[in-house]
Design a protein around this ligand. Structure first.
Ligand code: FAD
Length: 661
């Protein structure tokens, strides 16, 4: 160890898949000294996950790159269900919108994981000013946690020691697992222009050498076979199922009429198939391989599976329609396992995220989304703790919030896979078979969950809902509650624990119509959103002024306002009868000696010229006269709803007392 170079970093991320890249993105936006290493020599260029759910797009938008995904991806509009009729021949039995209408400005889209990784890499480069780069061909060899230092949060305390090894070129190139001529995930001829540079691993002359990194925190985003998880001795609990599926990314040549729709096809005797229409004329087919059975150990022999065997299975399911292809972009086969990690956190110093703590079937398009959302939940918490802004105890909410989501995900997947992989019932007397009405109901009901919009974090120091944290967390390592309890009835559709929904409001100064959620970018700041109510009522005006005076004078909050707490306002008066500088206290539209007043903080719920009326107060469930105050966390989840008065101000101070250092 004596001759090995040693360095320090605040956060070490292991694994640069979607979970690791999301974590690195937060580090870049929060200005944290972080490193991210991955054992693979290059990023991935095709295949793997491809569905982006609504909530993931909202998150991408908060970092500033949803537009890239939105433009390149295929948009999912309709979901068609195909089932056998009484003659046993498949026919379309139903069409429903792919996601419920009116949930968000986004809908589900599909684009392969490699492109999504591209957008992350570019965003990390921009916001870290190129300080955070994925170090490829690097893996950890040992991890030591100095337990005596874990509770020491002084700036020079580094409880973790990690030995990293820089791999040689051969070691860093993943072996082709399937022995086929079509590459599984490293197919390069369809490479996008801006991916070419990543083909070449930047050699830093360190191949074959080791180094020691002293770190404050480490996040294992190293996938289903997580090395980090194994070092900590944590298990994944659950079972493999005996459903075996193949995946083909092809340009299909077919007579099947709904090939450009998302479809679930249940055949009478040959298994099921899912159609996911993709970018560039590609279609992904998930195909149940009923003829491949697991052996006595419960594992299927994957060497029997080739693109040809998968295509044959698909042809049987989709018959009497024909299906073939000339071009295959990527393929794989897998056996569904549904497992959740026992622990997501070791001493609030080492964390696990993504596939490292949950695995399940990919057909509901959840893997990448839930993985990214794990580290979206953790990243800002680590950022604020490292910077000394937030109490280290907020880190406990990572496990209490995310492990429950992983458990819900497995329960959802369990139900959805059974209904999707099961044989359709012949008639209502067929108790063994899957009822297609039940399948449709499960799809519709699961839709909100699958969109990522039903996440409702339990009571904790970050969510001032009534209730006991111990009851609402997962019972293993529960954080404290806030010293205050919010008043949900003041904003019936801004639910504490859920993401701040979006409706259109107008900028007071420019009359531009904006989605209100876009004013909550991921910059590591909490937000105090003042629904100021009716500015023409003198009583309400007095309440607003008293609240603002208390905010500007608060020993606890004033030093944080602007820097760590952003203040936004939305009033319910008439835009043309209100003036930014005349009617709103300074703290709501602060003055900067170099750039003048802030014109982007005060909004109004009024008619726009070009985008109609957002009716935000009604949609948010807030009283137009009295308004209320909402605190959102840096991840847009709602922490507190309080009254816009003296008592409410006390609640806001109490909330931040529990969170800020
Ligand atoms: P991963 O994307 O697995 O990323 C983990 C990263 O960690 C990898 O880059 C890996 O190289 C790196 N790593 C692992 N161990 C180490 C180590 N010891 N040191 C350093 N780095 C390490 N999802 C779908 O929705 N649909 C699909 O069809 C689908 N197909 C898939 C096919 C394959 C072959 C795989 C592997 C996954 C597939 N998935 C699919 C799942 C989806 O890709 C994951 O759910 C998602 O990528 C999870 O993100 P993650 O960041 O947690 O893990």
């Amino acid at each position: 160890i004596d001759n090995i170079p040693e360095s320090q970093c605040d956060v070490l991320i292991v694994g640069a898949g979607p979970a690791g890249l999301m974590m690195a993105t937060w580090m870049a936006h929060c200005g944290i000294k972080a490193r991210i290493v991955d054992k693979r020599g290059t990023k991935i260029f095709a295949g793997q996950a491809d569905g982006l759910q609504i909530r993931s797009l909202e998150i991408f938008d908060s970092f500033g790159f949803a537009d890239r995904a939105w433009k390149e991806a295929n948009h999912m509009i309709e979901f068609c269900m195909w089932n056998p009729g009484s003659d046993g021949v498949i026919r379309r039995s139903d069409r429903v919108p792919d996601v419920p209408v009116g949930l968000s400005r986004f809908i589900e889209i599909v684009l392969h994981q490699g492109r999504i990784e591209r957008f992350f890499l570019d965003n990390i480069k921009k916001y870290s000013k190129d300080a955070i780069r994925v170090e490829r061909g690097v893996l950890p060899e040992s991890l030591t946690v100095d337990a005596s230092k874990c509770d020491d949060h002084s700036p020079d305390s580094y409880p973790l020691t990690v030995k990293l090894r820089h791999l040689t070129e051969e070691e860093a190139t993943p072996a082709q697992s399937n022995g086929s001529t079509i590459q599984d995930g490293l197919f390069r001829s369809n490479l996008a222009d801006d991916d070419t540079d990543d083909l070449i691993r930047v050699s830093q002359g360190k191949e074959g050498t080791s180094e020691i990194v002293k770190a404050k925190y480490m996040v294992g985003c190293d996938g289903a076979h997580s090395w980090t998880r194994r070092q900590l001795g944590f298990e994944l609990e659950g079972e493999p199922t005996d459903y075996i599926w193949g995946v083909l990314d092809i340009i299909p040549i077919t007579t099947f009429p709904d090939i450009r729709m998302r479809c679930a096809v249940h055949s009478a005797e040959s298994g099921s198939l899912m159609v996911i229409p993709r970018e560039n004329k590609l279609v992904r087919l998930y195909i149940q391989l009923t003829e491949i059975k697991p052996d006595a150990s419960g594992r299927a022999d994957r060497s029997q599976i080739t693109p040809e065997t998968i295509l044959k299975a698909a042809q049987k399911i989709i018959s009497p329609y024909t299906l073939t292809y000339e071009y295959c972009d990527w393929w794989t086969a897998y056996q569904i396992g549904q497992r959740v990690g026992t622990n997501f956190d070791h001493k609030s110093r080492v964390f696990l995220a993504g596939d490292a703590v949950h695995t399940h079937s990919p057909k509901a398009g959840q893997g990448m989304n839930v993985s990214m959302q794990d580290s979206f939940n953790l990243g800002w918490k680590l950022g604020l703790v490292v910077k000394g802004i937030a109490q280290p105890s907020i880190l406990k909410t990572y496990q209490s919030e995310r492990r429950r989501i992983a458990q819900d995900l497995i329960a959802f997947d369990h139900k959805f896979s059974r209904l999707f992989s099961g044989k359709p019932a012949k008639d209502i007397m067929d108790a063994e078979g899957v009822s297609m009405t039940e399948f449709k109901q499960a799809f519709l009901k699961g839709n909100l969950f699958a969109a990522g919009l039903s996440i409702d974090y339990g009571t904790s120091m970050l969510v001032a809902k009534p209730g006991d944290a111990a009851e609402q967390g997962d019972g293993t390592d529960v954080s404290a509650t806030t010293p205050v309890v919010g008043n949900q009835h003041l904003a019936t559709n801004i639910k504490m624990g859920m993401r701040f929904p979006s409706f259109r409001v107008l900028n007071q100064a420019s009359a531009k119509s904006v989605e209100f959620q876009t004013r909550l970018p991921s910059d590591g700041r909490f937000r105090l959103i003042l629904f100021a109510g009716n500015p023409f009522s003198s009583a309400q005006k007095a309440r607003l002024e008293a609240f603002c005076a208390a905010l500007a004078a608060s020993e606890r909050l004033a030093p944080h306002v602007y820097r760590n707490i952003d203040v936004l306002t939305c009033h319910s008066g008439k835009r043309v009868e209100t003036e930014l500088l005349r009617d709103f206290p300074e703290v709501l539209r602060p003055f900067d000696s170099k750039t003048g007043w802030d014109y982007e903080s005060v909004y109004v719920d009024d008619q726009s010229y070009h985008n109609g009326f957002g009716d935000a107060y009604a949609n948010y469930g807030v009283d137009r006269e009295m308004g209320c105050v909402v605190v959102t966390r840096p991840d847009q989840y709602v922490g507190l709803v309080a009254a816009l008065d003296e008592g409410g101000f006390g609640d806001v101070e109490g909330y931040f007392d529990g969170v800020l250092v």
